[in-house]
Ligand binder design. Sequence first.
Ligand code: SF4
Length: 410
Amino acid sequence: MKVRLVNLGCRSNYFDTEFIACQLRHKGYSVSSEGPADLYVVNTCTVTAEADRSSRQAIYRAKRENPDAIVVVTGCYAQISPGALAKLKEVDLIVGNSEKHRLVEILEDFLEGKGQRVYVENIFRSSRLESFDLVAYFEKARPFLKVQEGCNSFCTFCVIPFARGKVRSVPVERVVAQAKLLAERGFKEIVLTGTQLTQYGQDRGTSLYELLRELLKVREIELIRLSSLHPSEVREDLLELLLWEDRIAPHFHLSLQSGSDRILQLMERGYRVEDYRKLVERIVSTRPISAVGTDLIVGFPSEREEDFAQTCQLLEELPIAYAHIFPYSDRPFTKSSKMAHKVSPSVKRERVQRLKQIEAKKRELFRSANRGRELRAVVIEEGKLLTENYLELKGETQAPVGQLIRVKVE
Ligand code: SF4
């Protein structure tokens, strides 16, 4: 039976898809990422209303490609909205994140005509990371290690804790073992990912700082890159390590979300604009080649023009290298979905455009500030490099994919 895996959303989802692919191959299924198939597994995202729409589009596309195919829907949209998915005639099986680790077992029951259509349990009852730590997911030959899942914060706009549950972390020794395996395979860079990386170890009495200290003992790994960090969870010991340890990539994604203290409070983000400014300025003044990236939400309930203006001004002022910009959308179970003074879609669109213009200028400023600099870069594919501070470059090199080289930015 030919299986097609369709992935939406974040790297954690890509990781989970790779895990399911490994299990399916292990069971003898031919797994492909293109062309019509007999069975589709759609790993969905629900972080925004737009993500729900894209997930449904992927389901319809699968059924159009092969009307006789079996369509299995898993991921965050399945965990949060199984009822909505159950209404779709295109969907045969719904497996939430709570049961994702046994998706192949559930599928085999289904193929034998056994079992039910919907498998979604209370995600907050998930107490451990279900052996997802045995695989690495590769993006252009860059190995990503998912070291934790879930989030213990409940920012008022965010559905992720309801989709991924509370923090569950992979034991330090297993992450280190995985890094050693990747080093033996010749990889020089690894990327640590998860739902909320700075909460790594909260369930195991350890921390991201401790994990990094152990990973830095794997000398063959020359560069460790981190995915998104929560600004108020970067403790002093961790920050010192990020600032002074050369083998930690000078690329820090610190989600700000808004430049207005009033909105940050309504979001329950746990920091003020001044805290964020101090953190970013300390990073860039201590490690000047650092790329600081961020996320910004536009149109949070009751966001006034002056709140938005503060976000624009902060993005202009701070040494930010790039920003991901999202129009706010109500998400199930979140506090903000019940808040009044929703911002109209047209105002949100207009503000997103204005912020994107500023962001484009910041990106160009950061790139031009690096011209003439010599940097470390990983070969991500032939003729394509990614620098330590997250600049994609075109460049001829004899070095094999996955290697770390020095390059002068033109
Ligand atoms: S820190 Fe906030 S925004 Fe990030 S995943 Fe957790 S709840 Fe969502």
